[in-house]
Design a protein around this ligand. Structure first.
Ligand SMILES: O=C(O)CCCC[C@@H]1SC[C@@H]2NC(=O)N[C@@H]21
Ligand code: NA
Length: 651
């Protein structure tokens, strides 16, 4: 880039950014002044339980798609290749389990905060621990969420070689964003947050798509990009397939046969297993038990709408993931041989995207502004969701229980003040995060793993293990958090170069393979001394991929919770509050019976049509237990929570 003719943000770029803030504020104020003016907490915190699945699904997606995903994912793909794309496989189970297990349980308990569940299932202490853990997690995450746009913009605002862009002051943008977000969230409540999320999601997709389309054209077209990307071994896993079946399709390119993608070693940072399996636990901690998402499920009109919204998140997340990965590949095609990182044009890989925007798209005035609007939309939609969920849990879990007689209007006013307070805390956090350098994507996902993992564990302990008691839950949660911070900080401090899958040196191209075989044969004869030193003992724990944090920490909470519950006297079936345990075994057994019992309908055609045919079951003989359950369904006595859950979900 020739810095002399470097363009600044043109006026239209600046206007687009301001328009985004104005539009977001307008939507927020509309919901503050319309309807019943957010008078009750049910309206302010649960959007009057009137939400339909489309806006809900876009809001659910936008909540955990912040600027971190917009700049962090392309930077990740640019540096390490498309391994990270495997996280898309975790969205299947990561959304199916919340849709069919967590939503039914939470929705039927008519909760406002997810942590009320912990008091119903265990005791108040567990609820308080859960709430405080959640608050801690979201405050840090908000800091990352609002700081990332500032960090990214730093690339184009005041690096040594680029002149300071007039008028668009960096921290001024962060402050403006934080204040606009706080105001419309504090005034408009959850309904405003959900509808601004919808608007911001459209801006996010439009911004990324526009940049990709123009970027592909500027980078020399798809074929050129594909060639550069294959040459740079940036496509993970696919070369094995291509190479096996079409050895000649790769032409003269040195074909790499990387088995890195399927490496089972848990210390390798990104592999199919850490992302597709470890990612499931990460998704469950976010889309299953995180208050921000649970609050959206609870704000839907019916349980079915909530389940539908969970299903509809899947394509949205896949599109978002695809767009940011493709952007990383386009960036790689442009800068693989002269990376701005190496030329010291930028200081952190998370600044790649903005540098790319300003370098390649400077002549398309309006495009940089659209992308900055996209970046801040991602940020706004996340921190506004975080504010409203923080205000909700603080109100519902920490304040209301001590002032049960508080009148609605005061409670709602207090919720608004809390939202504002959290907004200010978030700006302070942004500055704290500014002081700690490092990849924002990994920072965000590590926070989810370190704090979200133990929370996921304590919810699973309650929902799937009837014998778990409160002592077990508290002990498990504390143990999980201690382990999480020990491993998380241990890994951070020891800075073990966790074996990143940076393509070139981890792969063996075909030519090298022969040499490697020769080398191995020769060394097989001599004592093997050059084995790479595998971390052992504590170091192995510290070098665990951060993508396994959610799985490890939640499993430890469950394990310790069960052991302590067994030691201190497990819960009795009768002590359980109805609806707080999901009958996993019964459901599995029923599912097996349905699958194994081939149904043949006997009866007239119209009987078959209206489904009243007599099922001729030649499956296992029906046990008296099932018959009793059938009876339970037929009589009008209040269903036990097992049958109740079944009846609802089968409806
Ligand atoms: O974008 C962020 O704010 C954090 C990074 C993404 C969080 C997780 S990753 C799995 C899931 N898919 C998403 O798009 N977001 C969440
Ligand atoms: Na967002």
């Amino acid at each position: 880039m020739d810095v002399t003719e470097q363009k600044y943000f043109s006026t239209i770029d600046f206007v687009l950014f301001v328009l985004l803030l104005v539009a977001s504020m307008a939507i927020g104020l509309y919901y503050a002044l319309s309807g019943r003016q957010q008078r009750t907490t049910r309206e302010f915190l649960l959007a009057d339980q009137s939400m339909k699945c489309l806006p809900l699904s876009l809001s659910l997606m936008a909540t955990f798609q912040s600027a971190v995903a917009i700049v962090g994912t392309p930077a990740e793909v640019f540096t390490n290749g498309t391994q990270y794309w495997f996280i898309g496989c975790s969205y299947i189970l990561g959304l199916l389990i919340p849709a069919h297990i967590f939503i039914p349980v939470f929705y039927r308990l008519h909760l406002t905060s997810a942590y009320q569940y912990l008091e119903l299932r265990f005791c108040k202490a567990v609820r308080i621990c859960g709430t405080i853990t959640f608050i801690f997690q979201m405050i840090i995450y908000m800091g990352v969420g609002i700081y990332t746009p500032a960090l990214a913009l730093n690339a184009v605002l005041c690096p040594p070689i680029l002149p300071l862009v007039t008028g668009f002051h960096l921290w001024g943008a962060v402050l403006a964003t934080g204040l606009v977000c706080t105001i419309y969230t504090a005034l408009g409540g959850l309904k405003a947050v959900i509808w601004t999320d919808v608007f911001q999601t459209v801006v996010m997709f439009a911004g990324q798509l526009a940049v990709i389309i123009v970027g592909v054209q500027q980078a020399g077209g798809l074929s050129h990009i594909w060639r550069k990307v294959i040459e740079g071994n940036r496509i993970s896993g696919i070369e094995i397939i291509l190479f096996k079946h079409f050895p000649y399709v790769m032409g003269s390119l040195t074909v790499s046969v990387c088995s890195e993608s399927l490496n089972p070693d848990p210390t390798v940072r990104h592999t199919f297993w850490t992302l597709a399996l470890g990612g499931v636990f990460l998704m469950l901690s976010l889309y299953g038990v995180n208050q921000t998402q649970v609050q959206r499920y609870l704000s839907s009109r019916t349980e079915k709408e909530a389940v539908m919204s969970c299903y509809m998140v899947f394509p949205c997340l896949q599109i978002a993931l695809g767009l940011s990965c493709v952007m990383g590949l386009v960036m790689f095609a442009c800068y693989s041989d002269n990376s701005p990182l190496d030329n010291q044009y930028i200081t952190s890989k998370d600044q790649m995207v903005l540098y790319f925007i300003m370098d390649m798209l400077q002549d398309f005035s309006g495009l940089p502004g659209l992308f900055v609007a996209c970046l801040f939309s991602a940020s706004l939609s996340t921190i506004s969701s975080a504010f409203s969920s923080l205000a909700t849990v603080t109100m519902e879990d920490l304040i209301k229980p001590h002032y049960p007689s508080m009148v609605e209007t005061r409670a709602t006013l207090l919720s608004k003040i809390l939202t504002f307070a959290y907004g200010l805390v978030c700006l302070v956090m942004a500055y704290v995060i500014h002081l700690m350098n490092g990849s924002v994507l990994q920072a965000a996902l590590s926070i989810f793993g370190m704090v979200g993992g133990p929370l996921l564990g304590v919810f699973c302990l309650g929902i799937f293990f009837p014998l778990a008691n409160s002592t077990g839950a508290v002990t498990g949660l504390v143990a999980g958090l201690v382990l999480a911070f020990w491993v998380g900080i241990g890994g951070f401090v020891t800075q073990i170069p966790s074996i990143t899958t940076v393509r070139p040196n981890n792969c063996t191209d075909m030519a090298a393979t022969e040499n490697a075989i020769m080398a191995t044969v020769t060394t097989a004869l001599a004592p093997i001394t050059d084995e790479p030193s595998k971390p052992v003992g504590l170091y192995a724990l510290y070098s665990l991929s951060y993508m396994w944090y959610s799985a490890l920490n939640s499993s430890v909470v469950i394990l310790i919770g069960l052991i302590v519950s067994l030691i201190t006297g497990p819960m009795k079936q009768g002590e359980l509050v109805a609806g707080t345990v999901y009958p996993l075994m019964d459901k599995a057994q029923d599912l097996m019976q349905k699958l194994l019992r081939p149904k043949s309908c006997v009866g007239s055609r119209e009987q078959r049509q209206i489904g009243t045919c007599q099922e001729q079951t030649n499956g296992p003989v029906r046990t008296e237990r099932n018959t009793a359950k059938e009876e339970e369904r037929k009589t009008f006595q209040p269903l036990s929570h097992v049958a109740y859950l079944e009846q609802e979900t089968s409806v």
